[in-house]
Design a protein around this ligand. Structure first.
Ligand SMILES: CC(C)(COP(=O)(O)OP(=O)(O)OC[C@H]1O[C@@H](n2cnc3c(N)ncnc32)[C@H](O)[C@@H]1OP(=O)(O)O)[C@@H](O)C(=O)NCCC(=O)NCCS
Length: 282
């Protein structure tokens, strides 16, 4: 039976906390996990509690009168380096607990200052080769390869973690379509079994296009974004493209700065879009 998908995403997670402990919440969620604290809307601020939001996730701490920590129910956050973060959490004095391995992930449980359980999960990618020293250890440029269906989960998880996904767009289907067509692909860099960067490439017979350029936050500023764009340009040139186009959301000033640095210029073209999937109510 075909089931119509009605719930299409997660807007935020709400956790409970005792009254008057916003400072401790901030020390943990912002100070250790690195999710910036944002102001609550004025009409909700009087209730106490605090909100932490990044482009990838929103965690709201709400005050509960008769507070009891959630020690079983928990949110699971995707992180770029679970062992490094677990070390920081433990060093800051919070509890860290290992659990049974889960296919495709390295993970731990940590406990916030109020005893709420939180899972930290790092997706593991399918290794391209047989292991050996990481690209950093070898001190050589990271190998970039065409991703396969086995990398789907790791790729879409990375895209969500860096804020490239939107609730109305199924990133997994975008991945599938790019792999299915003969003129498109998703390229990825894998370091120590972890997918750390991606770029989707496609050739429309006239121009090449790039989508889903993503670098793991832990590895930013080391030339990996430039390296991935170099791989995308090479792939597209091989496919016969003579020019590369890319679209950047107006709100993504960081990416605009990055592309400018790489020599990409404003093409002075206005993009217009329309959905072709008439049966979808967007
Ligand atoms: C944009 C992104 C891919 C950059 O990756 P990165 O690995 O940090 O970039 P690099 O280290 O390769 O930077 C390459 C150059 O761009 C510069 N640069 C990077 N970010 C910049 C910024 N925000 N403004 C100006 N220059 C920037 C770097 O200084 C570097 O310059 P240099 O090589 O001359 O020293 C990464 O920040 C990311 O994944 N962002 C989230 C996803 C996203 O927005 N993707 C683009 C969608 S359109």
């Amino acid at each position: 039976m075909m089931v119509a998908v009605k719930v299409i995403g997660l807007e935020h997670v709400q956790l409970a906390m005792p009254a008057g402990h916003e400072g401790e919440a901030t020390a943990f969620y912002e100070g250790v996990l690195g999710i910036p604290r944002v102001s609550k809307p004025a009409h909700l601020a009087a209730r106490g509690g605090c909100w932490f939001e990044s482009s990838a996730l929103k965690v709201h701490l709400g005050v509960e009168g008769d507070f009891k920590p959630a020690t079983k129910a928990h949110p699971a956050f995707i992180v770029s380096d679970v062992r490094l973060l677990a070390r920081d959490v433990a060093a800051a004095g919070y509890d860290v607990v290992d659990d049974e391995p889960l296919d495709g992930y390295d993970r731990v449980y940590v406990f916030d200052p109020f005893g709420n359980r939180i899972e930290l999960m790092q997706p593991l990618a399918t290794p391209a080769g047989t292991g050996g020293p990481s690209a950093h250890q070898r001190n050589s440029p990271m190998a970039v390869r065409d991703l396969t269906n086995a990398d789907r989960q790791a790729a879409t998880t990375l895209w969500a973690a860096v804020g490239l996904t939107r609730p109305w767009n199924d990133a997994g289907l975008d991945f599938d379509r790019a792999l299915a067509g003969p003129t498109s692909s998703v390229l990825g860099a894998v370091d120590e079994d972890v997918l750390v960067a991606t770029v989707m490439v496609g050739h429309d017979g006239h121009r090449g296009w790039v989508y889903y350029l993503a670098v793991s936050p832990a590895l930013r500023g080391r030339g990996l974004g430039r390296h991935m764009m170099g791989a995308a340009e090479a792939w597209l040139a091989d496919a016969g493209a003579v020019k590369l186009n890319l679209m950047v959301r107006h709100t993504n000033q960081e990416a605009l700065g990055f592309y400018e640095r790489l020599g990409y210029v404003d093409a002075e073209v206005a993009v217009r879009a329309r959905w072709l999937e008439a049966d979808l109510d967007r």
